[in-house]
Design a protein around this ligand. Structure first.
Ligand code: FAD
Length: 310
């Protein structure tokens, strides 16, 4: 079904890079013309920073199926970036999943991040698979593997997935996804570096061969206290007390948070995390950009990368 026209994420991480470690950027498919303009502005700025790859999310409930494939394809054709398309199993039968993978292939995309997705409507609710779909991401990894020469990544969770009964079983399921054919994982955003390091240790202890595959830490430079609180809550996690205190002090007592002060703390924290992750041997850094280039650019600059921040 597919023809491999892209290099793999793994190859790209090994290629010469411009900073202390390679980095990558996550985008989401915009909903309107203004959003599209903002995305492309960010894309062009990031292009000059030479990320190892960029990824495009797949809307909750499979809602952005056409847009994700189309924009990921545009990134492949019209930029120098290496795009990875996210794909979730939500609301899709196996036949539909095959069709989406086919659409990625038709767009020249051979790097796919295979995810189960969250229950539509309530991300923390009870998961029910599509009657003709797949139950877990592991099955999606296998399915994509049968459809062509794709390079597949999966999600990992330093604090454990919110639905997992314990860290050990969640780690075992991550290892199963890697054994099923995934080459790497990207973590959910987190704020305690120790959680990432412990996840890495658990994977290595569970299966040294799979433990050698990159676990790419997901970092979000915080620019708004209200939105990070919302995002963290939706992922079934919480802000560590020390971070909430630092951000709340910057936000100030008023109803309107002091966005400049919060942003400054957010960039400090992301930089401190990145420095520690690099010192601890993280293979690269994956930034949740929210389709803006500036905050990530500032972190990269503070890490010593020679990037121009607009
Ligand atoms: C980097 C990253 C990118 C993401 N991008 C998107 C996106 O673009 N669109 C979107 O909608 N969501 C996205 N998500 C969110 C993700 O879809 C949800 O967190 C989802 O609930 C879990 O997906 P998963 O692929 O990890 O699922 P799975 O690996 O299937 O795990 C889901 C749960 O089932 C358990 N489990 C797994 N396998 C088994 C098994 N064999 N037996 C029993 N239990 C099992 C796991 O421990 C976990 O608790 C992303 C998450 C991350 C970290």
């Amino acid at each position: 079904m597919s023809q491999t026209v892209q290099t793999s994420v793994i190859e790209s991480l090994k290629a010469p890079h411009h900073g202390p470690v390679p980095f990558s950027v996550e985008f989401f498919p915009p909903r309107d013309d203004a959003g599209e303009e903002r995305l492309w502005r960010a894309v062009r700025i990031f292009e000059r920073m030479h990320p190892a790859f960029v990824s495009m999310t797949y809307g909750a409930g499979g809602s952005t199926r056409e847009r994700t494939a189309r924009i990921t394809g545009q990134l492949a054709r019209e930029t120098t970036l290496l795009p990875v398309g996210h794909l979730t199993a939500v609301n899709h039968s196996v036949a539909e999943l095959r069709a989406v993978v086919g659409a990625f292939a038709a767009e020249g995309i051979s790097n796919i991040l295979a995810l189960r997705g969250d229950p539509p409507g309530d991300p923390l609710g009870q998961w029910t698979r599509h009657p003709e779909g797949v139950e877990y991401a592991e099955e999606l990894v296998r399915l994509v593997g049968t459809l062509g020469d794709f390079h597949v990544g999966v999600a990992s969770f330093p604090e454990g997935h919110h639905s997992a009964p314990d860290l050990e079983s969640d780690t075992a399921h991550l290892v199963s996804k890697l054994r099923a054919g995934a080459d790497y994982s990207i973590t959910q955003m987190f704020f305690e570096v120790d959680d990432y390091l412990r996840l890495r240790d658990r994977v290595v202890a569970a299966d040294p061969e799979q433990g050698a595959k990159p676990i790419i830490p997901g970092i979000m430079p915080i620019t708004s206290l209200a939105s990070v609180r919302r995002m963290v809550e939706l992922s079934g996690s919480q802000l560590p007390g020390w971070l909430d205190e630092r951000l709340s002090a910057a936000a100030g007592p008023g109803e309107q948070e002091d966005r400049d002060a919060v942003r400054e703390v957010g960039i400090d924290v992301a930089t401190e995390m990145a420095q520690r992750l690099i010192a601890e041997g993280a293979p690269s850094l994956h930034f949740c950009s929210l389709n803006f280039a500036r905050a990530t650019g500032e972190v990269l600059q503070r890490l010593g990368m020679d990037v121009l921040v607009p």
